[in-house]
Design a protein around this ligand. Structure first.
Ligand code: NAD
Ligand code: UDP
Length: 309
């Protein structure tokens, strides 16, 4: 029996595939490489038990081995990129989720949906607990992602309730680490790539907005624990260490030793003011909490990005 990872050639997906292979599973990675890269899985493809299928999960799926678990991580994740691939983003989290849920039913497999802290939108509650229903624009410039993920959660919950499928939902908060695409436009990659090139570091707005950043190995541990747990409701996985974007820029300047200066650029429309996970539930149900301090994670990410920028 094998595990399917949709989006397995992406940043998070490739780390998850690696972890599952190390745990002794056979892994089938399905990815159309819209935002992922063959480079992310080059080493995995040399290993026994790993298969790569280049396929768009919106389309009917090819023949696959018998599956015991299905992870749906396939979706553009960076705001500029999901805005570029807007319709594709809506479809992969809705129609793509539908295909994988049906596949899970046929295989009697456990299904996992990668949701996001974006389901809380521009949150009016801080930090965000899983009970919070969010403050999301259904027509704004981030809606193709936020609402698609909310629909994905609704569809997943519906299959659990009305079809008896075993499902898990994770709400991922901003995650960073090696194998992020330096050109994806997210803040961690932008700041580090700019610093390594000694170019200006672009802070949007006045830089007082906050995010909470977690290192990728912590997320993967949380994902694996959630999949193995008996808890079927959505669970926040994130590091509550909260930074303003100015603080983050400052930290990147220090850690890279760059000569780059900070410049200010317009704040994108609907950019959330603040975000920080309440991880009480993950701690209670999964015994999980982040282990990698943000500064250590940034050091590792800088080392990786030096090799690709
Ligand atoms: P990523 O872009 O690196 O990975 C996504 C992968 O999905 C890519 O390899 C891409 O090619 C693939 N993909 C996209 N559409 C596809 C399709 N139609 N068919 C097959 N493959 C497809 O992004 P990531 O940061 O690794 O994010 C992975 C998942 O985690 C996404 O679902 C994202 O929404 C979610 N998430 C990520 C973060 C974060 O901070 N990185 C935060 C919240 C949620
Ligand atoms: N941001 C920034 N400079 C950049 C890229 C992003 O100041 O070069 C800001 C962005 O406006 C947002 C925060 O950093 O407030 C996080 O942005 P990202 O796109 O990484 O993630 P998300 O908004 O989805 O949390």
């Amino acid at each position: 029996m094998a595990i399917l990872v949709a989006g397995g050639a992406g940043f998070i997906g490739s780390h998850l595939c690696e972890r599952l292979l190390n745990d002794g599973y056979e892994v089938v990675c399905v990815d159309n490489l819209v935002t992922g890269a063959e480079m992310n899985i080059a080493a995995l493809r040399q290993r026994r038990g790993f298969t790569f299928v280049n396929h768009d999960i919106i389309e009917p799926l090819p023949e696959l081995p018998l599956l015991e678990q299905i992870y749906h991580l396939a979706s553009p994740a960076s705001p500029p990129v999901y805005q570029e691939f807007a319709v594709e983003t809506m479809r992969v989290n809705s129609e793509g989720a539908y295909r994988l849920l049906e596949l899970a039913l046929q295989n009697r497999a456990r299904f996992f949906f990668a949701s996001t802290s974006e389901v809380y939108g521009d949150p009016l509650e801080h930090p965000q607990r899983e009970e919070y229903r969010g403050n999301v624009s259904m027509i704004g410039p981030r809606s193709m992602y936020d609402e698609a993920k909310r629909y994905g959660e609704a569809l997943t919950s519906t299959y659990a309730r009305s079809r008896g499928l075993e499902t898990r939902i994770v709400r991922i908060f901003n995650t960073f680490g090696p194998r992020m695409d330096p050109a994806d436009g997210r803040v961690v990659t932008n700041f580090i790539a700019q610093a390594l090139r000694n170019e200006p570091i672009t802070v949007y707005g006045d830089g007082s907005q906050t995010r909470s950043f977690q290192y990728v190995s912590d997320l993967v541990e949380g994902i694996v624990r959630l999949m193995a747990s008996n808890y079927s409701g959505p669970v926040n996985i994130g590091n509550p260490e909260e930074y303003t974007m100015l603080q983050l820029a400052d930290l990147v300047q220090q850690l890279t030793g760059t000569s780059s200066e900070i410049v200010f650029r317009p704040l994108p429309e609907d950019d959330p003011r603040q975000r920080k996970p309440d991880i009480t539930l993950a701690s209670r149900e999964l015994g999980w909490e982040p282990c990698v301090p943000v500064v250590d994670g940034l050091r590792r990410t800088i080392e990786y990005l030096r090799t690709v920028v």
